[in-house]
Design a protein around this ligand. Structure first.
Ligand code: AMP
Length: 410
């Protein structure tokens, strides 16, 4: 029986694992610059951590969660997103006693979506969260950080930032009502999928990608017209600060994001280089969420980025693997070879041998994997206790004793 991978999952290896690791390194480096601390949480949590905060009518909760009963009868869910687990962990570990609390996490998420390029059922996210401040500087800092990470990992890809403000929770409630009335009156012009959201989640109709819906959406009441003075001031402030940092943005009034907990600032970084799954990073404010999860009444803001989508766009990463290949021409030279092998490893050089004891095969493997050097141990070298080392880039070769190997490869 050949067991197949589960639909929507994939294994990461070769060039993609080098890219994955490079992403984690860059995220870690940049997180430190902005003083965010890393956190790791379990991949499963109690189901009620997600169902209410994400919105009972959201796609994630309605259709996409991997929820199961464990043997004790508790309902558990593989985390579909990272904001609520990080908040849960910050509360459980008293991390929000000292504010602001700036955390980031990287790891797998699970959503039972229809798989396609850039959309998987297990995927990895980078998450940044800042708990405890309403200051617009925190919004800008998080956007700045996201922008830096994307610029550093994808220097040649055109990425646009889209920005919107959802206003405070009360405004949002009023707006949702207005929108619901508008869509109800024109329900017959909507797609079947959007019709089902008219009562439960009208705001999600705004980011429908279905062409049938476009006309009605373009004439829908605009959220910006409902924003309070204070919300508008915050929004203007953020735009001003982004300009100071030379971060370009487009305002997109239909940007609402999928989950219920968002308010005020929402943003997405998108690219046209990916096909339909075009959002690399999405985030926003979620004032009120921390309190609803049993924490203090403090505001919060964060974003999530998809690692697989970044990998799809990234150039290959040079990983310096197999820098020095060994060609051991007979099993009886193993011990002699081991001396050089050990010395090189102790000095942080990457080595490789193919267990073939055959010069031709070793040479062809070295050239195939673009090794820089080949170290040959044949009868002659073994006898005089030396090593033949060749620089495959320059063609220069030399018979050296163990003490001179490092000098040669340097
Ligand atoms: P979301 O939590 O839906 O806002 O997603 C944040 C980011 O995670 C998106 O912008 C994507 O880059 C990535 N993402 C979300 N869902 C998936 C998925 N099913 N497969 C791969 N990446 C995803």
């Amino acid at each position: 029986m050949k067991i197949q991978p589960v639909r929507g999952t994939h294994d990461v290896f070769g060039k993609n694992i080098s890219k994955y690791n490079k992403i984690c390194e860059e995220v870690d480096r940049i997180a430190r610059l902005f003083s965010f601390l890393e956190i790791q949480t379990p991949i499963f949590e109690s189901t009620n951590l997600f169902s209410k905060p994400l919105g009972e009518a959201s796609d994630v909760v309605l259709k996409e969660m991997y929820t199961f009963l464990d043997k004790s009868g508790d309902s558990l869910t593989l985390r579909p997103e990272y904001t609520t687990p990080i908040i849960r962990a910050a509360i459980s570990n008293n991390l929000i006693n000292s504010l602001p609390c700036k955390l980031f996490g990287i790891g797998p998420m699970f959503r039972r979506e229809r798989p396609q390029k850039g959309r998987y059922r297990q995927f990895s996210q980078i998450n940044f969260e800042n708990f405890g401040t309403e200051d617009t500087l925190a919004d800008v800092e998080l956007i700045h950080l996201a922008n830096k990470i994307l610029k550093s990992l994808l220097p040649n890809i055109k990425i646009n930032l889209y920005l919107n403000s959802l206003g405070d929770k009360d405004t949002l409630k009023i707006y949702k009502n207005k929108l619901s009335i508008y869509f109800k009156q024109n329900k017959r012009f909507l797609s079947k999928e959007s019709q089902s959201k008219v009562e439960s989640n009208p705001i999600r109709i705004l980011d429908s990608k279905i062409s049938e819906d476009k006309n009605l959406i373009s004439k829908a009441p605009l959220l910006i017209e409902f924003l309070s003075k204070d919300a508008l001031r915050k929004y203007e402030d953020i735009k001003k600060l982004l300009k100071k940092l030379n971060i370009n943005y487009f305002e997109d009034n239909s940007l609402v994001r999928g989950l219920d907990y968002y308010c005020h600032t929402v943003f997405e970084f998108k690219t046209s280089s990916l096909g339909s799954q075009d959002t690399l990073i999405g985030g926003g404010r979620y004032d009120g969420l921390i309190k609803s999860l049993g924490g203090k009444d403090i505001p919060g803001i964060g974003w999530a980025g998809g690692i697989e989508r970044i990998i799809l766009l990234m150039n290959n990463v040079s990983d310096n693997l197999n820098l020095i290949h060994f060609a051991i021409l007979h099993e009886k030279f193993k011990e002699h070879a081991l001396l050089a092998y050990n010395l090189l490893i102790d000095n942080n050089y990457s080595v490789y041998w193919n267990f073939k004891y055959n010069l031709k095969k070793s040479l062809s493997k070295a050239s195939e994997s673009k090794a820089r050097f080949i170290l040959i141990i044949g009868e002659e070298e073994f006898k005089i206790k030396k090593f033949k080392i060749k620089d495959l880039k320059t063609g220069h070769q030399k018979l050296v004793n163990i003490d001179s190997i490092l000098k040669f490869v340097k």
